[in-house]
Ligand binder design. Structure first.
Ligand code: ADP
Ligand code: MG
Length: 256
């Protein structure tokens, strides 16, 4: 039995300005188990990024509680890695220098970590490009480099906010398959935000559907595809795929 690494209870949050108050999240409760890959889908502007910012600790919830239980059993806060829509690589640094940025900032630039980054670059076909600048790489390669930078600090929970949406469709399919393979092979717990239903179904173990703003949890769907252990591209051909797609499509159409 896997234990939850993250538990949200009745989270509520509004943005406040002098003119207006914008409720973004209302009464959100769910959990993520260790090793699980969970996707969150919801209409544009419903509060998905707000939710991720709260989980990452960048915003404080106004209502409810968030609890983490560290997979190694310690009381320390689990390490969280955050990957955004744009790769945010720095052009004045090489791919390798970008990949070690988090380690440098965290003052964790040990020989062991240096080797780990080089290994990640090798495993994910970027070693020959380690001394190149970001502009010399394709969009998909840059997104892989951004993921390696996120993995370098060995986070226990990965938060991904529409990490593929700046890519064209073909690249997006390949990069999402690659990134899913990397996350699974590293046995990471991950929370992926996406508005692409096919992407969510092909990548995730479980999907949380949010309503329009202020977001609440509309439903949770466990995904069981008979094509498993293969790439997420193959998963799109599973016979159950269309069933899940229709179920989610209908749930979201009611939110439009
Ligand atoms: P999503 O990621 O689902 O598209 P967001 O979480 O970014 O949605 O935003 C949810 C709502 O909160 C949107 O209506 C957005 O306009 C509003 N919002 C987001 N950030 C701010 C902010 N800093 N100040 C005021 N309103 C905001
Ligand atoms: Mg967003």
């Amino acid at each position: 039995m896997k234990s939850p690494i993250l538990t949200l209870k009745n989270i509520g949050f509004s943005y406040h300005s002098i003119q207006a108050q914008t409720p973004a999240l209302h009464n959100i409760s769910f959990h993520i188990n260790e090793g699980e890959f969970v996707a969150v889908v919801g209409p544009s502007g419903c509060g998905k990024s707000t939710l991720l910012s709260i989980i990452a600790g960048l915003l404080a919830p106004e209502e409810g509680t968030i609890s983490f239980s560290n997979p190694d059993g310690s009381l320390a806060y689990p390490r969280v890695g955050y990957m955004l829509q744009r790769d945010h690589l720095f052009e004045w640094r090489t791919i390798y220098q970008n990949a070690i940025l988090g380690l440098e900032i965290g003052k964790k630039m040990t020989e062991e970590n240096r080797q780990y980054v080089l290994q990640l670059l090798e495993d994910y076909d970027l070693l020959p490009f380690k001394d190149k600048r970001p502009s010399e790489l394709s969009g998909g390669m840059k997104q892989r480099a951004a993921l390696i930078r996120t993995l370098a600090t060995n986070p226990q929970l990965l938060l991904l906010d529409e990490p593929f949406s700046a890519l064209d469709y073909q690249t997006r399919l390949n990069v999402s398959a690659d990134i899913c393979r990397i996350i699974r092979s590293q046995k990471k717990t991950a929370l992926l935000i996406t508005h692409d239903l096919s992407e969510a179904i092909s990548l995730a173990d479980r999907i949380i559907v949010l309503t329009k703003r202020p977001a609440t949890v509309k439903m949770e769907v466990d995904i069981h595809l008979t094509i498993q252990g293969e790439s997420s591209l193959a998963a799109r051909n599973a016979p159950e795929f269309q069933y899940y797609f229709n179920l989610l499509w209908e749930a979201l159409s009611n939110e439009a």
